[in-house]
Design a protein around this ligand. Sequence first.
Ligand SMILES: *Cc1c(COP(=O)(O)O)cnc(C)c1O
Length: 589
Amino acid sequence: MRHAQLQQIAALDNSEDRGIVAYFSMEIAVEPTMPTYSGGLGVLAGDTLRAAADMGLPLAAITLAHRQGYFRQHLDASGIQTEESQPWDIEALLTPQSPTVTVKIEGRPVVIRAWRHDVIGVTGHTIPIYFLDTNVEQNDPRDRELTDHLYGGDGDYRLRQEVVLGIGGARMLEALEYRPVVYHMNEGHAALLTIALLEKQLFGSPLEAADEKTVESVRRRCVFTTHTPVPAGHDRFSAEQSNRILGVERTKVFERLGCFHDDLLNMTYIALRFARYVNGVAMQHGKVSREMFPDYKIDAITNGVHAATWTAPSFQSTFDRHMPRWRQDNLSLRYAIDIPEAEIEQAHQDAKSVLIAAVKERTGVELRPNIFTLGFARRAATYKRCDLLFTDPERLVKAAHDFGGLQILYSGKAHPADEPGKAKIRRVIELAQELDSADLTIVYLENYEWILGALLTGGVDLWLNTPKRPYEASGTSGMKAALNGVPSLSILDGWWIEGWIEGVTGWAIADHDDDAGEAGSLYDHLEQVILPLYYHQPEQWKRIMRSTIALNGSFFNTQRMIEQYVLNAYFPEQRMDHSAAALEPILAR
Ligand SMILES: *Cc1c(COP(=O)(O)O)cnc(C)c1O
């Protein structure tokens, strides 16, 4: 990182004034034992904090306690999903903090307390995460449940939660004596922190006194990352909900500042209006976001994954032997290009055996280590098209037969309210049973979460991703696979547009306007390129595994990502400005 940024960070890391970057996220995957995340957004937040800890960034994070977790998924034999809540022992795993803060929700005062968990980096630097909790005796019973369910309840519940996260979080940091210099909103859920900053800036004057100057002083401190390429994915609330839950004054100010769209209070517009820097999460997503929000300047910083977290133990030892400082310096994964093919192959076979053992334990199904194994695991949202691979089942069966075997591992939860997503899971499970034969084994593993994600991206031979363009903002599971030498076969969307080098890091499914065309390209790749390589040119396959690590593992990690946030989002004042206007005073000397 450049010298100027390092100096700025060093100046911040002065515990006297507790100047920090404050990172707000509705979900954070902190530990596999803590069910405080639902999927990609939470995993990204956790990986961001792990990388920030490794790099010694002065940062603190705010999230909600989610005492009942997200949900545990059960699938019956016919593929019907049922959900179970996941209460966890926050008293045993987190440290209570003494300050409490109060926010007003629906006219009622709601007391919020915080619990702390530390993320400790490779060099011992600590990043605190504060989990906000409204399960406090003084609170109305309705409010005591506000920090129980991640993405549970109705719109009212969500808006109340966002008051706790945004307004409660900003006040809690204040009460804990932090003086953040940057507030990072990880997705629009945290957008209400801006109203807390605005209110503070007014020193007790009513909100209607807020002018462009007051807004600007809030903007100077706020950074916003948008994650959703679909308008319907952005949180929106009616004026009635806003008036009732947030209050008339706040609603008026949001109206005046243009945060209502189609008569709905839109969290993304609040964040856009109040952030001095906005980014999407891959180059393509930046472009889609600029088209969606043409009045705003939107940059892009491509997501990453925390390398040490998502590298299988066998590859960790391999990297330790060849690039001993890869955990401190992820760029050194580039030197994986010198690791002998035999060692790559051995590390992969070890990771594959671990996966095969886990599948046996969970399902009783015995997979074979020398059979090509394809992995597909992600949220069962319809745009992810988990059934694209089954568009022409006969072709799949024939390929499996012709090459002497194919194993397919599936996993993924559907949001409890997502009936079409649940139908997709049933369809895949039905087909798995129908097509099961000596040559083709398909297993749907229930309850996709962190550990299963690590096993799958570590141990399959190919990672498949078939989203409908342009709905995949980034995607990160393919990056986890890359760290383990697992190439991707994917639609050119999200991060894959940047990570794809045909035949070197994986393969691209050709763009078509219809599902059938894209499925055709998928089969073509399997039959004509991928299966022949795997079964008949093993030396070439090992080289692909190796270049996948060297090229994509070294770049698509959260260490590189955080450096880009520091350079472009957190401390951009330090950026060299080569514009003619900026050079004028220098040239005039
Ligand atoms: C990495 C991960 C995700 C996100 O992966 P995508 O490629 O964005 O689908 C979701 N859930 C779990 C459990 C993960 O580990």
